[in-house]
Design a protein around this ligand. Structure first.
Ligand code: 2HA
Ligand code: ZN
Length: 269
């Protein structure tokens, strides 16, 4: 067996969590990431028939039975993941009726997966249905994105269009816009299931007064969505106190959409 700490997916997740911490998006134990893995990716490193423990999930997602995920642990600090990955991360396989996970590696000191596991698994399922290449769900607390939910309408079209107006890249990177949920109690199946529903039709979900969750085929792609939203929100927060937030107008956004062949959400421009 090869050393799992040398696996490319492990190295990539470690450098990603270090980077996100330094960006100030993951204070204390804030944020969580899960990655769908294939058995072929993990079998050189771990014996898939050696189960360490079984962990309960608060809802059953039978469609995911047999699937493997690398998931950040509950209560773990992004700041420390690369220093002690075997404590902070786990590899799980969904089993039974879809309401249990077998721990195959990690959570070394009796830990478990993120408290947001229902949102992660539900979001994976919805993204996998429309995109066979889907792999990553990433949740963080980017400062300006949260700040914007304090001062801006939470209506999805309005929120998305303000972001598009802030800098040209926004509509290019997320022409389908962003989804938004009002404030809800976090780490609860209620917010998890409501979030999964949003991922039927969006790759980006903003939780008012809490943070942002994104989906991607790769860690980089998911991160790229989050940082582009955060850039738009940062510009908005910098300029809105001046009272002048006109930004890029619809006609110009349409020109960008035409120039880049973007699939902008129907009826938004
Ligand atoms: O893991 O971010 O939403 C801590 C959180 C809960
Ligand atoms: Zn959070």
């Amino acid at each position: 067996m090869k050393d799992i700490l040398t696996a490319p997916f492990m190295k990539e997740l470690e450098s990603m969590t270090d980077n996100m911490y330094r960006l100030g998006w993951n204070e204390r134990n804030g944020g969580n990431i899960s990655m769908l893995l294939d058995e072929e990716q993990i079998s050189p490193y771990i014996e898939c028939d050696k189960v360490i423990r079984t962990l309960p999930i608060k809802v059953a997602i039978p469609e995911l039975v047999g699937r493997y995920f690398l998931v950040t642990g509950t209560g773990k600090y992004f700041k420390n993941i690369s220093k002690n990955p075997e404590d902070a991360l786990g590899i799980i396989r969904i089993v039974g009726d879809g309401s249990e996970a077998e721990l195959l590696w990690g959570y070394q000191n009796g830990g478990s997966f993120t408290s947001e596991i229902v949102m992660h698994l539900g979001a994976h399922l919805e993204r996998m249905r429309s995109n066979p290449k889907h792999r990553v769900i990433m949740h963080a607390h980017p400062t300006n994105t949260i700040a914007m939910t304090h001062v801006h309408s939470l209506e999805e079209k309005e929120f998305s269009k303000t972001l598009w107006r802030m800098c040209t890249e926004c509509i290019v990177i997320f022409p389908e816009g962003v989804s938004v949920l009002p404030w809800m109690v976090s780490s609860h199946p209620g917010i998890g299931l409501a979030s999964a529903e949003k991922f039927k039709d969006y790759r980006i979900l903003i939780w008012a007064l809490h943070g942002c969750t994104v989906a991607g085929d790769t860690l980089d792609e998911a991160f790229g969505l989050m940082e582009t939203v955060e850039k738009g929100a940062e510009i908005y927060m910098k300029i809105q106190s001046s009272g002048c937030v006109t930004g890029i107008d619809d006609a110009s956004l349409k020109q960008v959409a035409e120039a880049f062949g973007l699939q902008v959400r129907e009826g938004w421009l």
